[in-house]
Design a protein. Sequence first.
Length: 465
Amino acid sequence: MNSSPAASLSSSTSVDQGLFDQSALSELAQRLVDAALKAGADQADAVAVRGVSHGVELRDGRMQESERSEGDDVGLRVLVGRRQAVVSTNDITGDGVARLAERAVAMARVAPDDKYVGLADPSLLARDVPQLDMLDPQTPSTAELERRARAAEEAAMAVKGVSKSGGASASSGIGGMVLVTSTGFHGAYLRSSQGISMTAIAGEGTGMERDYEYTTAPHGEDLMSPETVGRVAGERAVARLAPRKVETCKVPVIFDPRVAGSLVGHLIGAINGASIARKTSFLKDRLGDKLFRDGVRIVDDPLRKRGLRSQPFDAEGVAVKELAVVDDGVLTSWLLDCATARELGLTTTGHAHRGVSSSPSPGAYNVHLEAGTLSPAELMSDIKQGFYITDLIGSGVNGVTGDYSRGAAGFWIENGECTYAVSEVTIAGHLFEIYKTLTPANDLSFRYGVNAPTLRIEGLTIAGR
């Protein structure tokens, strides 16, 4: 948390209390479920999703865009035997509820059988909804959003060496969900979000480089100040000037925290139950295997207060809880919803996610790799020649084989210190080897959906000139 919050009550306005009231959405979801059962469904659930967004963008001190949107959408899932159908709409008037339910049931009756579909077992449903402090009762006004964006841009342009603005933005929003099932679950939650971002350009002509910084949080007081966002973006852009290429080699690599989470993200994708059920994951046969060094722990925590992806129950109404998917280096669990759990002969882990027009599928919440004991400086102090990565380009990661290859930029390490900027190189290896040699530093912070401290990986191939 920054000591100078980006928002204050004087520069914000109270949110329209009607946006907090989900009673109409709850009533609508219940009517949809009742109508589906009346139309002949054996089981049904309904989701209603509220979305409100407000954002501004400016460049060179001039407003480029100011947008606000509000909308409620509803989705109905019906099951007739082992057949399933999903329909959605954002406009139900008159007898629309009955017609939508009838259409969904008619679709389900001609759908193919799927022995894995079905609602969650009632014994798994959330009974108590925890308070996770996800909703900021104050929302920034348009003038405040413009002030934040302007302050970020001015701070970036004040950095010596910054030549142009790539644009600054500030935003706020509210999102929420109501879920009603024919098995008796009825739950709702709302989450707010605020953000500030800045892109700075340094240098001139063909020697220009750009970089960025951003901050996002459910509560405005947890944001970095816009001045910090702008200054960091400018300093990063200037630091990237005059990059060099390096010879192809195999050296230790350090991942900066803003890109370190991507390595954890590849693991999360590989342990998604849908990938395991389809046998399209390089980890499909590795449950219970030691993938990382002793002490490495990776946690998914849906109940973190003020977490970016926190929620009190999953999209099937199942109770959620903290889960260490890697504990002491060992892979302990897949991420499962009810359908993939049935297919794999397991029990859901409460990781169902869903939009109004889709059936549930597994996904993660707030993921982090726990911090180690060494500082970042200690982590690279013995590296004679190595690469400190601050930016990754492209998505050359094969989730089926685990082969890893991505474009990268950053700084060359010599005798434990970052020296000159490096760009236009490719890093390559295999995720098994990357995970086996991974060492975390002690600088974990919770800024993103997937968080990791500075990470050291031994012996990645750097493809240069």
